[in-house]
Design a protein around this ligand. Sequence first.
Ligand SMILES: Cc1ncc(COP(=O)(O)O)c(C=O)c1O
Length: 386
Amino acid sequence: MNTQELIKIEDDYFINTFTRQPVVLDHGEGVKVTDIDGNEYLDMFAGIAVNALGHNHPALVKAIQDQAEKLIHISSIYYNEPALIYAKKLVDKTSFDRIFYANSGAEANEGAIKLAVKYTGKSEVISTIDSFHGRTIMTLAATGHDEYHEPFKCILPKGFINVPYNDIDAIKEAITENTAAIIVEPVQGEGGVNVPDNDYLKQIEELCHENNIVFIVDEVQTGFGRCGTLFAHELFDVKPDIMTMAKGIGGGVPMGGILATEKVASAFVPGDHGTTFGGGPLVCAAANAVLDTIDEENILDNVNEVGDYFIEELKKLDKEIIADVRGKGLMVGVELTKPGAEYVDKFREAGFLINCTAGNVLRFVPPLIITKDDIDEFVKAVDEIL
Ligand SMILES: Cc1ncc(COP(=O)(O)O)c(C=O)c1O
């Protein structure tokens, strides 16, 4: 079947939820992906900030192949070695004490909010406008986009308060005696790659301590090296009570998780929360390979060096259409003075996969193994296309 025939299957059979790019991707290697017609693209999107090691990384492929031959799924009722090894390895690298395995970012955030509510016995959660925390009913309420709420308003849970991002006074005003948690992205992703002031997270941490509120960082997009440290909250010198993760954790296999301090984690007892698939041997084998490779290939150094270079090169472009260039590590946004959707098509036609978020922000979240040469090729295209 050709591209048009395949895409027609989506039109005829899928529930209509996505606006897709008209390409059928077939295989990938490193930072490149190729469609079924043989067109090659530089992947500046990495499956929405997921493919941390790029495509077809030998360590990740081997880990998945080896594990698939042994055991793919056993449920959460039995122990499996990859999940146990990974838990220790990850906890040792962070300020947290305990893990819960989930399957996606939304599911991780659901669990985190449940944990905060159980721990505090309180019912209000503060989140930020333009945040993105997921599409399930509760994480939708936490997500600060009225237009996403609108069709489901009748069923959204009460108790979620969305306040402006990077505005500590707005949080102070929103705190009540019922506040259970504040959930925040260290850098907003879907909201337009918004980097907060250096002291924003620290001030949230202080407010949480003073008021006995659980501080949740949503690192679904910023985690696993994306912003140049293993987790982006480390850049702001804070120790949250809970962190949620997904996307890059498994390098492309569907996985998520929650990390929590001993104190907060102790609120859950068997029966409070669960999952059939979470922490399965296959995804945990992949997650071990991702974490080991981040260390072995000094990927954080690459993110910092190439990320800084990328932002500098973009800032050198002198274009009226560019309103701002911002980001951390390899989470980079170029804000345009006009809507960006048409540029996504232009980039794709020129051989580059990108995305536009918040209406006018071109978002670049490439694999963390990208090189300066790739960036040179891409920035040249940005220059020409814009
Ligand atoms: C910060 C953040 N949290 C949560 C989610 C939801 O993750 P998932 O799509 O895996 O449910 C996303 C997805 O883009 C995200 O960027």
